[in-house]
Design a binder for this molecule. Sequence first.
Ligand SMILES: Nc1ncnc2c1ncn2[C@@H]1O[C@H](COP(=O)(O)OP(=O)(O)O)[C@@H](O)[C@H]1O
Ligand SMILES: [Mg+2]
Length: 354
Amino acid sequence: MSTDIRFDGVTVAYGRNVVLDALDLTVEPGEVMALLGPSGSGKTTALRAVAGFVQPVAGRIFIGDRDVTDLPPHRRGIGMVVQQYALFPHMRVDANVAFGLRARRTPREETAVRVTEALEATGMAGYAKRYPRELSGGQQQRVAIARALAIRPGVLLFDEPLSALDAPLRSGMLAELARLHRDLPDVSMLYVTHDQVEALTLADRIAVMDRARLQDCGTPQDLYRRPRTGFTASFVGNANLLPVTVTARGVRLGDTALDVPTGDAVAGAPATLCLRPHLLGLGEGPNALRGTVAEVQWRGVTHRLAVDVAGHRITADVRELREMPPLGTGITLHFAADDAVLLPAGEGGGAARG
Ligand SMILES: Nc1ncnc2c1ncn2[C@@H]1O[C@H](COP(=O)(O)OP(=O)(O)O)[C@@H](O)[C@H]1O
Ligand SMILES: [Mg+2]
């Protein structure tokens, strides 16, 4: 059974407020797709549309060959895991995991087999008779995942499943979700998060959302190396976004000519130059940027420099310095032409974040 998830022009609105704007996106069979974006960008809405908890005002949703747009949630073959575990407090773990099977009237013996299987898959086999209140947050989330697995869904939906857990637990669960993905090679997963580390770690591809719209979609490496928008550049990793003018042989930042690939940009047009802080080198080289030191932060293996160049503040992460340059002194940065990405004008602007 093919289990790709396809959004075909899906629009969701509350009254006149469009919160998901004509989303076109396909999650391939067996793929983990992260929906990454800031709070309010429409990620949960997209997920709930697949699950059947919100109805689009336009567009269709397909799971495999089936148009599920008008099907009720329990007929879509979906397992869903949300941030708040949502276990039934008065039911033991095994009854919680069996819940979806009971609702589907699965025979008793089959239910028992599947519950055991799902609890084993999530490392919770020894906890079948506990109540949720007798479990830690991480264990409760495993039970919620077991419950989603028990119906043997073709599609798993996750909505910020790790955000209620504290940091050490989160990285452990992240590794377990990666293992789950390897153990279930046919299950397509849509994973909503605002956390770029989760998306970069777990996803085969990332769909970047902002203000109800899909901004970009690609493998983590693609989005990192070749973002198509300033929003992607600064949301996936860290970026200096500098306003430049396209020339015949590259671009100009203030009075400084830089030799970077310009693709089909027209000479004289404004554009945005994206430079990753860790791809900037210290000292003279091709594409030298001469400026003054505005700030220095020691970060262990690197120093983070803020350098003022032609009225723009540029962030550079360089290998730990033996001597800290005094503030206000002249300093030169450089970068390789291949490490620069030229974006449309007016994208973002300003220096990289923390
Ligand atoms: N039931 C609802 N009624 C009205 N507005 C809603 C409802 N659910 C979500 N919204 C709005 O839709 C927008 C997108 O929400 P959501 O999909 O939850 O974003 P995200 O998951 O990316 O944080 C937000 O502006 C939110 O306030
Ligand atoms: Mg959300």
